[in-house]
Structures are given as C-alpha cells and as structure tokens.
Design a protein around this ligand. Structure first.
Ligand code: FAD
Length: 558
C-alpha cells in the first residue's frame, strides 16, 4: 500500500506515525510546504515571549528523526498543488528546485490545517503587521522585535491566540493594547466568565478596548497607525492580527471534495471525505457537534491528533473506528488566571435553540483552611428537561485544568448534573474540599431543577421593579465595602430574628458574595412562607465583574 499525507504537523504527523505502527511495509510519504514538521504550534506564543527560551524545544520531531524512527519519506518545503482523485495522483511542487512532479497513492490523507484571516483593509500590508500560525511567522515576529525598538503592541482580536500573545508581549516588557470588535474577549465563553478574565487582564496594565472595530492601517512619521471606526488612530510599533482562522480547503475544493455548511471538508464518522480513498483530519474538517448536532469546525490540537490516530486505524484496518466529534474543550493561561471551556456556551445554545439553564458558583480550589486556596468560578449550562450537562466554563487560579477535564468527560458521555453531584474525587485539603467545586456545581444545578433554588441573573437586576426587594445577606463589613445599588442589608445569620422587617408582598431578590449564603437565606424565607424569593446566580462577584465590564468599553487600570 502507498499512503500520502498532506500536512506534517498536528493531524498529519500523528496520522503518519500511526500508519507506520499499523503497517510496517507500506510506503508512506508526507508532504509539508513549510520547513518544519511536527512542531509545537501551541508553544509558539511562549517562545516569542521568552518563556520557552530554547527554539529547539519547539520541535517534537525533525524530518530526519521522523524518517529514522518511522521510515517515512518526509518531503518538506514541498507543496501539493493538485489532487486528481479519479486517477489517485497528487501533483507536488518542490520549492527549492521549482520541480513539479506527481505521486500516485492508494489512500490520501489531508491535514492542511487552517490559515489566519487577513482582511483586505487599507494599509494591511504595512510593515510591522503580523499573523501567527507557524514557525516562520514566529521567527519573523521575534526577529522584528529584536531588530526594531518595539515598545508598543496592538493585538487585534482577543481569542485564544490574541490573549496568549498579549500576555507574552507583556512578559517582554512591551506596552500592550488589545482591540476586540465584540463586547467581550474570548468568544467561546459567556460574558460572566469573560468579564472576570477582562478584569484580570486590565489589572495587569494591558489596555483592553472592546466594541472597537479596526478600519485600516497607516504608516507615517509617527509610526504604524491602527485606524478605528470612530476615526481615532492608535500608534504601535507592532500589530498582531489574531482575528481568527479559516479552514484551508483550497486543495480539497479543487479536487471536487464535498465542502460543508461550516466551510470545512465534510467527512463521515470514519473521517473519510466524499471520495472513499481520501481521508481528512484536523482544522480543515467539519463534523457534527455532539451537543447541537450541527456541523462545525474545531480548531484544537487535541482533536487533530486524536483524529489522526482514528483515521490511520480506519485506513489500515478498514472503517471500524468511529469519531464521535469534539465538545471543544479548551484552556488558556491569562497571566495568573486560567480560563477553560467545554461543551457549548449559553449564547451558542441560545442561537441553536437548545433549552438550557445556566448556573454559576464560586468555590475554593481546595479547602479554605489550607494555605493557598483560590476562588474558582464555574458556570454550567444544563437541560431543564433531564439535567444533561451541555456546557461548562471555569475561571480560576488553581486546579482549573483538572475540573474542566472532568466536566468535559461528563459532557462527552452525555451525563447529567445529577452525576456531577455524585462525582467521586480524590480529596485531601491541599487538593480539593470534601465537596469538590464540581460537586458544588452539581448540587446547585440539582437544587434548581428540584425547585429548591430559584435563580436570577446579573443582567436582570437592571429591570428591578419597584415591587422588588433586593436583599444583601452578607455581613455588614462586606456590605459597606461595596453593594448593589438599592440593596438592603440583613446578614444571613440575623434573618430568622429579623423576619418581620421583610415584606411578604414583594419579590425578594437575594444576593451574597458567591451564591451559597443567598441560597441558605432563600431556604429560610421559603420555609417561612415567603413565596417569591430568588437568588443571584454567581452572587456579588459575578455581578460586580459583569457590571464593571459592561460599562467598560474602554477602561485602563495601571
Ligand atoms: P496544522 O497543525 O496547522 O498543520 C497543517 C500543515 O499543513 C501546515 O504545516 C501546512 O504548512 C501544511 N500544508 C497545508 N497545505 C499544504 C499543501 N498543499 N501541501 C503541503 N503542506 C501543506 N490548540 C490547542 O488545542 N491548544 C493550544 O494551546 C493551541 N495553541 C495554538 C497556538 C498557536 C499560535 C496556533 C497557531 C495554534 C494553536 N492551537 C492550539 C491550534 C492547533 O495548533 C491546531 O488546531 C492544530 O495544529 C491543527 O492541526 P492540523 O494538522 O489540522 O493543522
């Protein structure tokens, strides 16, 4: 058998290695138009930021080591320019010699990845504007910083790469401004989690400009100008464009392979394209999301690598290994904070018309009495019908990676919030609490579904009616150091004694710092005959961050 693979990084290299493990005698050729194979894309921002100091550490394999270990014919700096599916032939262009030649195949695998979007704005080709996708881009950016007196950077687009790069530029001592077109950073998460992240970023001295559109670039004596829609011009020494990527489907389209609604290469459960002899993996494919059932593209290294393995299995062993789709589990370091997401965000569930309830709770990363415990904010979305967990997002400082992976696994298995409540974890005070934050998220959701807890959300406070009573059940010192306007303070421990002060004919909206005391107060009031009582989901912590950030189109904390 002769296998050809196009693209030699995450998905492609993984497919090639597995093919060899399964078939020692096959001829395997892997084409890569870049200079390097199997490198750590995910480490590139950290190399630019000098966190990873040795460039060699970025390379998991070289063409030579890959060839030695796997007996794979690696052809770098060679671009496949055409596929002829009917005759099972690819045309390749070797950049160093200009030679164009063909290779036949029995099975072909496409793993061409995605390419950064570079909009055709005026001045887009000005010196100093970069995108980041590969080692070459990395070297260009790093050299530019080294060779020019770069002091200020504008990062346009605040997705994963934008946020990581902002941190790494900051780490180099540069003054960083992030510009984001929508009202929050990190589009995959919902506003309340993004708001916590935004506050943290601002606290580091990074300027964050939301709801801000870039209309073009200029270069004059004052330097590189980024023109905003309102006419303002921001000057910077370097601009990083990180406004998203699109799947690289050019070859596939030319070859007549089916492209889907999400503009990716359509594959079946065996990762086989519309041509049975061509498989595809990674950022270029679209696949049914296991929650929404809609086709979507996942731009993540984990799924690309795992698809490579599945794809190779199916090629060598026959179509027997199904891919079940990605729930888009992702994580990002944001200075000292970690933010992670899995499943679908509430806004995406809404857009897909999927009924759900959202609940937010803040818990300690481990037992509060053990030194070093930090707040962890978990927001989950679940079905009101059967409690199925649909999405989860976490912002915190410790143990976020562990919790998101647990939640991801529950979502992948189609499990419910009742399962979260029973989730058994390894506990000792340095690591968790007897009730882990994941359990707590399950308990809160269970209370909501069983009507023991009624929640309302931060944005609903704007619509507080005259007949509503806003009750702050925190301690007086907490109340005095900041409260929601219009709130009356009756601390939780005084509620039973002060029941006569609470009107029975009003909607009582309770809040505390994180949600737990509010829930306890609600239980007391409900059992004393107060009918209309609800508790602020995420408490004062979420409200404060959300209100500050929704008012904060442009805000700078030095
Ligand atoms: P790639 O790994 O991009 O490989 C595609 C390769 O195909 C490219 O090298 C390209 O040159 C080659 N190619 C394309 N067309 C041709 C052709 N016609 N002929 C020959 N060669 C061709 N994901 C995470 O999960 N976590 C992270 O922390 C993370 N961080 C990232 C940081 C950065 C800066 C970047 C750029 C990406 C990051 N990602 C991260 C995303 C992750 O790297 C991708 O999802 C993953 O690499 C996709 O794998 P792939 O094989 O589809 O594409």
């Amino acid at each position: 058998m002769k296998y050809i693979i196009i693209g030699a990084v995450a998905g492609g290299a993984s497919t090639a290695a597995r093919l060899r493990r399964l078939d020692e005698h096959a001829e395997i050729i892997i084409f890569e138009r870049g200079e390097y194979i199997s490198y750590a894309n995910c480490g590139l921002p950290y190399y630019i930021g000098d966190v990873i100091k040795d460039r060699n550490r970025l390379f998991v394999q070289t063409a030579a080591s890959f060839n030695r270990r796997f007996n794979i014919d690696v052809r770098t700096l060679t671009e496949v320019t055409q596929i002829d599916p009917k005759n099972r032939i690819v045309t390749a262009f070797k950049q160093s010699t200009g030679k164009v030649y063909t290779e036949n195949y029995d099975k072909l695998v496409l793993s061409p990845g995605a390419e950064p979007i570079r909009p055709s704005l005026p001045g887009i080709n000005s010196e100093g504007i970069f995108t980041l996708r590969n080692v070459r881009d990395t070297d260009v950016i790093k050299n530019y910083i080294g060779q020019n007196d770069v002091k200020t950077v504008v990062v346009i687009g605040a997705g994963f790469i934008g946020v990581e790069m902002a941190e790494n530029f900051h780490h180099l001592g540069l003054q960083v401004t992030i510009i984001e077109m929508i009202n929050q950073i990190m589009a995959p998460v919902d506003f309340p989690i993004a708001a916590l992240m935004q506050q943290h970023i601002r606290s580091k001295g990074v300027q964050l400009r939301l709801n801000t559109t870039v209309t073009g670039f200029t270069r004059d004596a004052r330097g590189l100008g980024v023109t905003l829609k309102n006419g303002e011009i921001l000057y910077a020494d370097l601009v990083l464009l990180s406004i998203g990527v699109r799947p690289d489907t050019r070859l596939a389209e030319k070859a007549g392979l089916k492209i889907g609604a999400a503009h990716g290469i359509v594959v079946n459960e065996y990762l086989q394209t519309s041509d049975p002899d061509i498989y595809a993996v990674g950022d270029a494919i679209e696949f049914k999301n296991p929650i929404s059932g809609r086709s979507m593209i996942t731009y993540l290294a984990g799924p690309a690598n795992k698809q490579g393995r599945i794809c190779a299995n199916n090629i060598v062993l026959g179509n027997s290994h199904s891919y079940h789709g990605s729930v888009n589990t992702a994580i990002v370091k944001v200075f000292d904070m970690t933010v992670a997401t899995t499943g679908m965000a509430s806004k995406h569930l809404k857009a897909a018309n999927i009924a759900h309830i959202v609940s937010t709770n803040h818990a300690g990363s481990h037992a509060s009495y053990f030194p070093g415990s930090r707040r962890m904010s978990i927001q989950i979305a679940f079905s009101p019908n059967n409690g199925r967990l649909l999405g989860a997002q976490i912002a915190g400082y410790k143990g976020v990676d562990k919790r998101i992976d647990i939640l991801s696994s529950y979502i992948q298995q189609g499990r419910t919030i009742y399962d979260l409540a029973e989730f058994e974890h390894a506990y000792a005070p340095p690591y968790s609490s007897a009730k882990d934050p994941v359990n707590m998220a399950g308990f809160v959701a269970e209370n909501i579904l069983s009507n023991r807890l009624k929640v309302f959300y931060w944005h609903e406070l704007a619509g507080l009616k005259p007949g509503d009573l806003l009750l702050d059940v925190r301690n007086p010192d907490e109340f005095l150091s900041g409260s929601i306007p219009g709130a009356v303070n009756i601390p939780l421990d005084e509620i039973r004694a002060r029941l006569p002060e609470i009107p029975t004919d009003k909607n009582i909206r309770i809040y505390c710092e994180a949600g737990l005391r509010g829930y306890l107060a609600q239980r007391i009031l409900k059992q004393h005959g107060f009918d209309s009582v609800s508790n602020l989901s995420g408490g004062y912590v979420s409200w404060k961050a959300c209100v500050a950030e929704s008012e904060n189109e442009y805000h700078f904390v030095s």
